[in-house]
Write a new protein. Structure first.
Length: 404
């Protein structure tokens, strides 16, 4: 295993982080692309809001199930080999999405893709946590998390453009080709990561208090995914945007998130991840209510509110991951993060499903009940604040930085 502990990131560390960010980029584009495609899929495949919510949640619930299974083996293998194996399965499943001939086939393909994606994300964060010391871990995770912003800046708009030109299947086929190139780069440049195999394993490090970290992750993500899958449908059906406006809105939100991600990571390193997360949980309550109560508005107004919403909401993941990754030693980190990723995926799937149940579609395409979802998201964020206070006060912080 390589340990990178220089005062500032070395070129090798930056290469590692951006390579892992590329993996996350393809994964996040695959997941996020389905949501802005919602209005198109609901028209072409005759899907209700509830059925579309089930399509989104199938990906995340399959990922959550595989995350739980990862407890039994994820730390027993060298991390590079594990990532390559999971990424190959993800690429094959994305091709299946492009080959789907209808709603049922797409549902099955999304389930397979989600089954690979959850463990893949856990391995990526485990590699970052193993390789980067704690004092720079927030910024490192922020760098990898720029994949979320890049997916909105480039991936999602390009996916929408490809869908408009070649049908909804074409973005998945192109994404699978891009992921194949990233897989080859991983094979060539990702170093062997096996230091965790030399440390004492087992499950003795897991305590009931550490489960609070999984609960914290669940509530943070659940609050967001009550709303996120339905933003594009709300903007089209309620706010008055056209389908051709959506790429510009996502481009603005992604660009702002790309700029803010590393800054939020540095803030987490400077203030501590717990304090940074608390500030972000409070700060997101206003845009959650503002966006869900937005009346019909011109494109610039919608873009500004969307930028505020996405910057703060996506930024919460950075201190959350930095906080929970610091709780266990490297020999247990992969398994702990696998369950944490399962909590995240389960929360996003259940949030999307519950949001679909609480929403109804009017004959003109407007979503009814979105304002009430905004209030529910604020209430869940307040619950997350309580869990954060309990987690920080009771969880025992273990040494998570491997010795050189």
């Amino acid at each position: 295993m390589i340990v990178l502990s220089a005062p500032s990131p070395a070129p090798r560390e930056r290469t590692l982080l951006w390579l892992l960010a590329a993996v996350q980029f393809t994964h996040v584009v695959d997941f996020m692309m389905l949501m802005p495609l919602g209005p198109l899929l609901m028209q072409r495949l005759s899907l209700s809001a509830t059925r579309f919510g089930a399509l989104v949640s199938a990906y995340t619930l399959a990922s959550a199930a595989m995350g739980v299974l990862g407890v039994f083996w994820l730390d027993r293998l060298e991390r590079k080999r594990t990532l390559l194996m999971l990424y190959a399965g993800f690429i094959a499943a994305t091709l299946l999405c492009g080959a789907a001939t209808g709603a049922t086939g797409l549902l099955i393909a999304r389930t397979v893709a989600g089954g690979c994606a959850g463990l893949m994300g856990a391995v990526v964060i485990a590699i970052v946590s193993d390789a980067v010391p704690a004092e720079r871990r927030g910024q490192a995770i922020g760098t990898v998390m720029t994949a979320y912003a890049l997916s909105a800046v480039a991936g999602v708009p390009l996916g929408l453009g490809l869908a408009n030109l070649g049908g909804w299947r074409s973005p998945f086929i192109v994404l699978a080709g891009l992921a194949g190139i990233v897989w080859l780069l991983l094979l060539r440049f990702l170093p062997r990561m096996d230091g965790h195999l030399t440390q004492t394993s087992g499950t003795a490090g897991f305590t009931p208090r550490l489960a609070l970290g999984w609960g914290l992750t669940f509530t943070v993500v659940f609050a967001s995914f009550l709303l996120i899958p339905y933003l594009s449908a709300f903007m089209v059906g309620n706010v008055g945007l056209s389908l051709t406006d959506l790429p510009w809105v996502y481009l603005a939100g992604g660009a702002a998130t790309f700029v803010s991600s590393r800054g939020i990571g540095r803030m987490a390193d400077r203030l501590g991840p717990a304090r940074a997360l608390a500030l972000l949980l409070v700060a997101t309550m206003a845009p959650h209510l503002l966006f869900t109560h937005l009346p019909p508005s011109p494109l610039p107004v919608v873009a500004v509110v969307f930028v505020l919403f996405m910057t703060l909401t996506s930024g919460r993941a950075i201190p959350t991951m930095a906080l929970v990754a610091s709780q266990v030693p490297p020999s247990l980190r992969g398994r702990y993060l696998a369950v944490n990723m399962a909590a995240s995926d389960g929360a996003s799937g259940l949030g999307a499903w519950m949001g679909g149940l609480l929403l109804t579609s009017a004959p003109d395409g407007a979503l009814m009940g979105f304002a009430q979802l905004g209030w529910l998201a604020v209430a869940v964020s307040a619950l997350a604040l309580g869990l954060l206070w309990t987690f920080v006060g009771r969880a025992v912080r273990l040494d998570a930085t491997p010795a050189p």
